[in-house]
Design a protein around this ligand. Structure first.
Ligand code: MN
Length: 261
């Protein structure tokens, strides 16, 4: 019996242990499932291909002034990471204003404008001087946050998961291949609400560069193609309410806009 027939002949194994331990991207195509679970993809500019999202990593407090406003010391302590589920992605096409639903359970819903690095290669223990080789392209996105829940849970020393990792908490633009944009070391990053500037900084103010983020992240997790990294937000995060329009910008990428509904 070859490997393919083995998977098809054993429903228990195929739906459980075997797939769960398998190499990403391989075994999933070889099994039958009783229903479909949609995968998450983001359009790639200038290509028919879609970028498949494997994991969403986010870095916390990566701009000194934002670290201070969140109540921590912005000295160069190691970066920390958290994740959002891949189906938190809300793709927003350039030139459109997508409706973004105000989530449940919060009365203090915050924007965080961020550069997103999208990986086309993986690995473990990647040195910083090789880390950018993993980058397939870049986008820009919003790390939307139920700030009241994040703060309250943090104060109680509980996981602040539901403050960060909820449905549609990760609006994102299309992926731009690095060959077209180059790497993002510096450049303006800003966010406006209803046309009024709220966040306004430069990517060169990141405490940990994208290369350093990838290197550190690869010490904690084996990285794979399809992993994306929200690289942290500058200072002056703040709340939005229904009816507000958010527009964000990073030099070299088209702006991203959503309306809170
Ligand atoms: Mn963030």
């Amino acid at each position: 019996m070859d490997r393919r027939n083995f998977f098809q002949g054993s429903a228990l194994m195929a739906t459980g242990a075997v797939v769960g331990c398998a190499t990403p991207g391989i075994a999933q195509q070889q099994v039958k499932t009783p229903f479909n679970v949609p995968a998450t993809h983001i359009p790639i500019v200038g290509s028919e291909d879609m970028f498949p999202v494997r994991r969403i990593y986010c870095i916390g407090r990566n701009y000194a002034a934002h670290a201070r406003e969140m109540g921590s010391d912005p000295t160069r302590e190691p970066p920390f990471f958290f994740q959002k589920p891949t189906d938190a992605i809300q793709y927003v096409a350039a030139g459109t204003v997508a409706d973004h639903p105000y989530p449940t359970l919060t009365k203090n819903y915050h924007y965080e404008a961020e550069l997103v690095a999208c990986l086309g290669k993986g690995g473990r223990d990647i040195p910083p001087d090789r880390a950018l080789d993993l980058v397939y392209g870049y986008s820009l996105g919003l790390d939307m946050t139920r700030r009241d829940l994040q703060r309250a849970l943090g104060d109680e020393k509980k996981p602040w998961e539901i403050g960060k990792s909820f449905d549609r908490s990760a609006p994102i633009g299309a992926v731009h291949k690095v060959g077209l944009t180059g790497h993002f070391i510096k450049g303006s990053i800003w966010l406006k609400v209803n046309g009024q500037t709220k966040q306004n900084a430069n990517l060169n103010q990141m405490i940990w560069s994208v290369a350093e983020q990838i290197s550190r992240l690869s010490q904690a997790f084996e990285l794979f193609p399809g992993d994306i990294i929200y690289s942290g937000t500058p200072e002056n995060v703040g709340p939005v309410v229904r009816g507000d329009v958010i527009e964000m910008h990073i030099d070299g990428l088209p702006n991203l806009s959503v309306k809170i509904v």
